[in-house]
Design a protein around this ligand. Structure first.
Ligand SMILES: Nc1ncnc2c1ncn2[C@@H]1O[C@H](COP(=O)(O)OP(=O)(O)OP(=O)(O)O)[C@@H](O)[C@H]1O
Ligand SMILES: [Mg+2]
Length: 288
């Protein structure tokens, strides 16, 4: 594949000076955080561009990596409009602030309405964005078939396996969101085959529309590299005098997997460059 043939188009999502504090805090005259009791995110800035390739639909997949407790889920919830940052904002491609319902969020435990069947859960998701019942049902059934779980349509959520539940939850968020989906730890607790299938499902969804963008939060470095075109490493700075971390995480490192020749590949596992890169990223966790 000619990896050189791509271009960066419009900004689809922009995080501007996002900070998040819990407890008491103080702002300066410019609206920036001056002091905070518990600072989780400190001035997080990010732009996700539409990547285009001639003759093909290319969605975006951004992997967000970082140590446990650093603030990944907090940032993802802000991106999805589920929480409001203490300072700053997240804007979408149309310049509007992010909003729940536009950005989907696939939670780690895959919540579904337990008193509704799979198909009823999915029809409800489609109805939320204004689809007629019939259209929502048709779309839901088409996705269930594509992801090989059409036989689950009439089952109750409690009757699903973990992997089936994950797929239903992904379809639910695809149906009720527009272009953007955040996945919080989609690979945890999956066997290697399911993990591979999840990566395939994410890629398939993302490549349905040029603007589709997935943000994947994970500790699984190799799955992140396999699925993403860009990796972001979230961490804190260290005080040079004490070597203690300074409160408030930010995006410390960005890797362009396209430029590294590691994006959009199906043969990645076989490339020694892949294993080497995964090892490099894993060792960088010490600096986060
Ligand atoms: N409502 C809250 N009140 C106070 N602190 C909170 C609240 N929610 C999250 N935190 C803190 O924010 C920090 C970041 O949490 P977050 O869940 O974003 O971490 P994470 O990077 O997703 O970790 P993990 O990889 O373990 O899921 C943690 O120290 C957590 O205790
Ligand atoms: Mg988390």
């Amino acid at each position: 594949m000619n990896q050189a043939a791509f271009a960066l188009g419009d900004v689809l999502l922009r995080s501007e000076h996002v900070s998040l504090a819990f407890g008491d805090y103080e702002l300066d005259e410019h609206g920036f955080l001056k002091a905070a009791e518990k600072l989780v995110l400190n001035d997080v800035n990010l732009e996700i561009h539409d990547i285009t390739r001639p003759g093909m639909i290319t969605g975006q997949v951004v992997g967000l990596l970082g140590p446990s407790g650093i603030g990944k889920t907090c940032f993802a919830r802000i991106i999805a409009g589920l929480d409001i940052p203490t300072t700053g904002q997240v804007l979408l491609h149309n310049g509007q602030p992010t909003k729940a319902g536009i950005v989907g969020f696939v939670f780690q435990n895959y919540p579904l309405f337990e008193d509704r069947t799979v198909i009823a859960n999915l029809v409800l998701a489609g109805r939320q964005v204004g689809l007629s019942r019939a259209k929502a049902r048709d779309k839901a059934m088409a996705y269930l078939e594509r992801f090989k779980i059409a036989q689950c349509a009439k089952q109750w959520p409690r009757e699903l396996s973990g992997g089936q539940r994950q797929r239903v939850s992904i379809i639910q968020q695809v149906l009720c969101s527009e272009y953007f989906i955040v996945f919080d730890e989609p690979f945890s607790g999956l066997d290697p085959l399911m993990r591979e299938e999840t990566i395939a499902v994410v890629k398939e969804i993302v490549n349905e529309d040029e603007k589709n963008t997935a943000i994947i939060i994970t500790h699984d470095v190799s799955a992140a590299v396999c699925s993403s075109d860009r990796l972001l490493l979230v961490g804190r700075d260290f005080d040079p005098a004490t070597h203690n971390p300074v409160p408030g995480a930010r995006i410390k490192y960005t890797f362009d997997l396209v430029a590294l020749g590691l994006a959009w590949r199906t043969d990645l596992y076989k490339d020694p460059k892949f294993l080497e890169f995964v090892g490099e990223i894993e060792s960088m966790f010490h600096e986060l």
